[in-house]
Design a protein around this ligand. Structure first.
Ligand code: FE2
Length: 388
């Protein structure tokens, strides 16, 4: 079927595939995303000020943790943890030296962390942490972890017997500085970049080890510009709550954004976190006012083509297109509806991790119809960096 602009996707019969998928790893949602950063105190200030996250919990010298400090931030269902080492001997340093600031843990909320670890390690996952019980006066949490691509870890978090702020060992973080939310609700999907020829290896890993299904694929003939190309496959768990697209670079005339990422992150890792809002106009207005930088707005002819692209799928835009254009928000449509999306510039000096803001109006795709406009915009940034 065509997603939009004639781009073809593989079987979109999601429910059918899910019925067939054996869900040995039931996932309730994303529990938290933990970054290793060079300065967690300052990073926490940035995510509060610029992105509207709220102070939630803290762990560090004041709580008796002498190895690292962690700040937990919350916005609706999204939890970010920002962790920095407190001395040169912490292994966190090695990660920072190699990768710079980036995502270390993509933690998944489960009902049974022991079973999640047993099921995945028995299917070939490399263990990061055996099921471990952590306790405090608020109850107990069981966590276990496995390695995925690069040095990234999936933690399984079982918290049904816990009613504290975050995890045992953390204290509530009361702050006098509380910027308001920008309306971010939950993590829609998280994308991983892997190396040349590794996409299918990791697709198979998510199928075999995690019981995920591949429900959308794009090859380099579909995702390319004049200069660069990439390939992408979208992996989803059984109930569709967790979606991990996986990208690999493809040959082009110049260096693709995936190659640039792999070069600067020095290996595979999380490329972007897509967060959902139900009012993208308000969310993006607020983010821009708070200094968040987005990729450049697509040209006028992109917006001129939008009404027809929606009409081709029998949808009508509820939003004012001029307002979307003024904020640089892109629109894509498929049979089921449309979606609105925009991408930030990288959030660190190394051109690696960025955020996507997405509002789904029925569509379940990932903005394939926007890939060309999006990548041309990224290439303009790469040209400025001298990395195209
Ligand atoms: Fe995305």
């Amino acid at each position: 079927m065509a997603t939009s602009d004639g781009l073809k996707s593989v079987d979109y019969g999601v429910e059918k595939i899910f019925e067939e998928a054996q869900d040995f790893l039931p996932l309730l949602g994303t529990d938290y995303v933990e970054f290793y950063v060079g300065n967690a105190k300052q990073a926490a200030h940035f995510y509060k000020t610029a992105f509207g996250f709220q102070s939630c919990a803290y762990k560090g010298l004041e709580t008796g943790c002498t190895e690292y400090a962690s700040y937990v931030l919350k916005q609706d269902k999204i939890r970010l943890v920002l962790t920095t080492p407190l001395n040169s001997k912490s292994p966190i340093n090695e990660h920072l030296v190699t990768h710079g600031d980036g995502v270390k843990f993509v933690a998944l909320w489960v009902d049974d962390a022991t079973s999640a670890w047993t099921e995945t390690t028995s299917r070939g996952a490399k263990s990061f942490m055996e099921p471990t019980v952590e306790k405090d006066e608020h109850g107990e949490v069981i966590r276990a972890g496995i390695y995925t691509y690069g040095e990234t870890i999936h933690m399984f978090v079982e918290r049904k017997n816990y009613n504290g702020e975050f995890l045992p060992g953390y204290q509530k973080w009361e702050s006098d500085y509380n910027p308001t939310s920008v309306g971010l609700k939950f993590i829609d999907h998280m994308v991983g970049n892997v190396g040349w020829g590794e996409m299918n290896t990791w697709v198979k890993w998510y199928e075999d080890v995690m019981g995920f299904v591949n429900f959308l694929s794009f090859d380099d003939k579909q995702i390319h510009t004049e200069y660069s190309a990439l390939m992408s496959k979208v992996m989803s768990n059984g109930n569709g709550r967790i979606k991990f697209p996986i990208n690999e670079p493809a040959k082009g005339k110049k260096r693709s954004q995936i190659e640039e990422y792999l070069y600067f992150y020095e290996g595979p890792g999380v490329q972007h976190i897509a967060v959902a809002t139900d009012d993208i106009l308000t969310t993006v207005s607020k983010l821009r006012a708070r200094g968040v930088e987005f990729l450049s707005t697509p040209p006028d002819d992109y917006y001129r083509a939008v009404p027809q692209r929606l009409a081709d799928h029998n949808h009508e835009l509820a939003e004012d297109i001029e307002k979307l254009k003024a904020l640089g928000i892109m629109i894509d449509a498929d049979e089921e509806g449309y979606l609105l999306q925009i991408f930030t510039k990288p959030l660190e000096d190394r051109p690696t991790l960025f955020f996507e803001i997405i509002q789904r109006m029925g569509a379940r795709g990932f903005g394939a119809g926007n890939f060309k406009a999006l990548f041309e915009s990224i290439e303009r940034e790469q040209a400025k960096r001298g990395t195209l």
